[in-house]
Design a protein around this ligand. Structure first.
Ligand SMILES: [Zn+2]
Ligand SMILES: [Zn+2]
Length: 452
């Protein structure tokens, strides 16, 4: 699901560009011969007249060369004679994939909740799942149908109108999602967009961050320090992995803000968070491997064992455990808990990132750092400047949702070697692998074009 932040800049064959390793594997289905693949790889590793695969603008030129004279039917739906038939086909086939995509959203929250299951809770939870899946189904149909409409509008296939623009427009016209789901989708896609941008960037400091686990950890520590400090000042109300202690009873005499003994407080955090990490890993593995139960039940156990990794539970347990231990130690050392302690404890506990150095965690911390800093400024500024009042009217969440969905759709086809696996899972589940087939056709055409 996630990709490691450091060591990601593996040298990519310079002339291959858009063609990731998976692309070469797919090309195999066209060539049916490893020798042919090798010939193609050798050919692509040499400069081919008119075809360079490195930058977006060059790829754009290449896109027009290979799609010249082709229609939306050739690229998007050769199995349907007309765009209308394609639309009808989509409405008939996409629904199950959208419900399948959100299975983890159906399974994980009740497991993490751990109690208080009322009838009302189940009703709202299941209706929420059904609603977000159905709206995603509409988003998928409209995105794929817009490819045809935009082709008809311009009379040719357009680089940005193949995936990016349909993505933005379909997110704009989808029925209004409840804020919680809009946030979930918007932030997930925004974080994936950041991931692709980091992987693509040529900026020297981002390249360093990408290669160095140490620098990525330092950045995470700084984000963590700021986030924990803002949560402690209680000027923001946002989700983060953990929260500073708040006493339910009168402040105890030993200086800490939590109830009960320090030892119980620390162990409670480690145990609960490690268990939550294990639950997430297990639920994720069950959802992705569960089908084996019917196909190959003998392999299920082995597959599950490999799919459930210890890194996430270990990271969560260590992050929370170290934060709580350091906070308690500082409170005892200085006689009472102070707001600045949250900053120092947040900074030091951020070292746990070394255990689970994933883009997903890194981009989440960065997004939360920005969001919380903005909310803090907004809530504490005594006189709000005019620009701030104007900015408040901008529906940021909706815009972020639209733009990042468009960006990630585009990245899936044109920068697939940078696109996180979760993105292809989302799009392929919801498009019944149509986008995957589009990508394969483009690659086949590019190979064909290079031979002529
Ligand atoms: Zn069409
Ligand atoms: Zn304590």
């Amino acid at each position: 699901m996630c990709v490691e932040l450091p060591n990601h800049e593996r040298p990519f064959p310079p002339a291959v560009g858009v063609m990731s390793l998976t692309f070469f594997q797919r090309v195999h289905t066209f060539c049916h011969s490893p020798a042919a693949i090798r010939r193609v790889a050798v050919r692509f590793s040499q400069p081919v007249a008119g075809i360079r695969w490195c930058s977006m603008s060059e790829l754009s030129k290449c896109f027009y060369q290979v799609t010249a004279g082709r229609s939306c039917q050739d690229l998007c739906h050769p199995e349907y004679a007309t765009c209308w038939q394609s639309f009808v086909g989509l409405t008939k086939t996409l629904l199950p994939g959208c419900y399948k995509l959100y299975l983890t959203l159906l399974v994980i929250p009740p497991l993490l909740k751990g109690g208080d299951y009322t009838k009302e809770y189940w009703k709202n939870h299941i209706l929420g799942y059904a609603s977000v899946s159905f709206k995603t189904y509409i988003l998928a149909i409209s995105g794929l149908t817009l490819q045809c409409l935009l082709y008809k509008l311009f009379g040719r296939l357009h680089y940005y109108c193949l995936m990016g623009v349909p993505g933005v427009l379909s997110a704009a016209i989808v029925p209004k999602l409840p804020r919680v789901h809009l946030r979930l989708q918007g932030i997930t896609y925004f974080n994936m967009m950041l991931e692709v941008m980091i992987k693509k960037s040529e900026w020297r400091w981002l390249r360093t961050l990408r290669r160095s686990r140490l620098w990525a950890t330092v950045a995470f520590m700084l984000f963590s320090a700021r986030i924990m400090h803002l949560l402690r000042t209680a000027t923001v109300n946002q989700f983060w992995i953990m929260y500073p202690a708040t006493a339910k009873t009168e402040r105890p005499a030993d200086g800490c803000r939590h109830d009960g003994s320090c030892r119980a407080y620390v162990f409670d955090g480690v145990w609960k968070y490690a268990l939550a990490g294990f639950t997430i890993e297990t639920a994720r593995a069950l959802v992705s491997k569960g089908a084996l139960m019917f196909g190959a039940p003998g392999r299920l156990w082995d597959e599950l064992r490999h799919a459930i990794g210890p890194a996430l539970p270990l990271f969560l347990g260590t992050y929370v455990g170290s934060y709580r231990s350091i906070s308690c130690w500082l409170a005892h050392r200085t006689g009472r808990e102070r707001p600045g302690h949250a900053r120092l404890a947040g900074l030091l506990s951020g070292i746990s990132y070394l255990i689970y150095p994933k883009y997903q965690i890194f981009t989440l911390a960065f997004t939360k750092f920005l969001e919380m800093s903005w909310e803090h400024y907004h809530n504490t500024a005594k006189r709000k400047p005019h620009w701030m009042v104007l900015l408040q009217r901008v529906p940021f969440l909706r815009l972020v949702h639209m733009l990042s969905i468009g960006y990630m759709y585009h990245a899936l086809v044109f920068h697939s070697h940078h696109s996180p696996p979760f993105n292809s899972k989302c799009v392929n589940y919801c498009s019944d692998f149509r986008v995957e087939r589009i990508k394969q056709r483009l690659v086949a055409w590019m190979l064909e074009h290079s031979w002529t």
